[in-house]
Design a protein around this ligand. Sequence first.
Ligand SMILES: Nc1ncnc2c1ncn2[C@@H]1O[C@H](COP(=O)(O)OP(=O)(O)OP(=O)(O)O)[C@@H](O)[C@H]1O
Ligand SMILES: [Mg+2]
Length: 254
Amino acid sequence: MTVVISLFNQAGGVGKSTLTQNLGYHLSLRHHKVLLVDIDPQASLSTFMGLEPADLEKTIYDALVSEQDEPLPLHRDLHGMDLAPANILLANAEQELIFAELREFRLKEVLAPLLDNYDFILIDCPPSLGILTQISLVASTHVLVPIQCQFKALKGTDSLLKTVARVQRKLNRPLKFAGFFPTMYSASNSLDQRTLQSISEQLSNLAPVFPPLPRATAVAEAAEYGKPLALCPNKHPAILRLFDEIAIFLEEMT
Ligand SMILES: Nc1ncnc2c1ncn2[C@@H]1O[C@H](COP(=O)(O)OP(=O)(O)OP(=O)(O)O)[C@@H](O)[C@H]1O
Ligand SMILES: [Mg+2]
């Protein structure tokens, strides 16, 4: 069965797109067939993968709003993965899907014909609780939540958990948490240490809390480079090992 994972947190800049790209890459290194789905109008994931979103003729937007079952436009074999890119036009989908029939199931329908082709589909959600996030959670088997190790980190988790619970109750009963991934961690910062401890205390009863992803210039540089960290000149061995470890966890999760 294909594992479909939404990387979700309505907080912005917590590492959703970074993790979608890099966990996808490390799964592909382990010989899994991987599709990355960019469902954020900001299109960071498409940019991180080396595309220029403004130049794209077709994106996920076209498939989502099509009334003729237009297939999801894919860019194949980008660093060993396939990508369904987005661009700013996707912002219109929020409005256009309002009146669509069974709109909550739109992404699930669009992905259905592709399931046989992939072992893992990773969906990079936008930083919101709107319809694009909702349709991603409905299309997923799992949700992975990056949480920034920052003072306010746990503030938004209530609405995040409520959103997932509502989707589980009404639209996608089997949806499970894959885990919580603390990000942007500075081991030398005592505030980050305390936040990490609170994250573990408050969330580990719901799902595994992964070891924290350190804040590191190499990660931000890789995004600008348009490649997964592992393919960049300035590697960070400890972070690459962590990505491998999480990829193995995801592989063994099902
Ligand atoms: N561990 C890290 N260390 C340093 N910089 C990082 C790290 N992880 C991500 N970044 C950088 O921080 C920024 C935000 O990361 P990213 O785009 O992955 O977050 P996001 O949750 O997808 O954001 P948004 O909510 O806007 O979609 C990016 O510039 C990224 O390169
Ligand atoms: Mg993002």
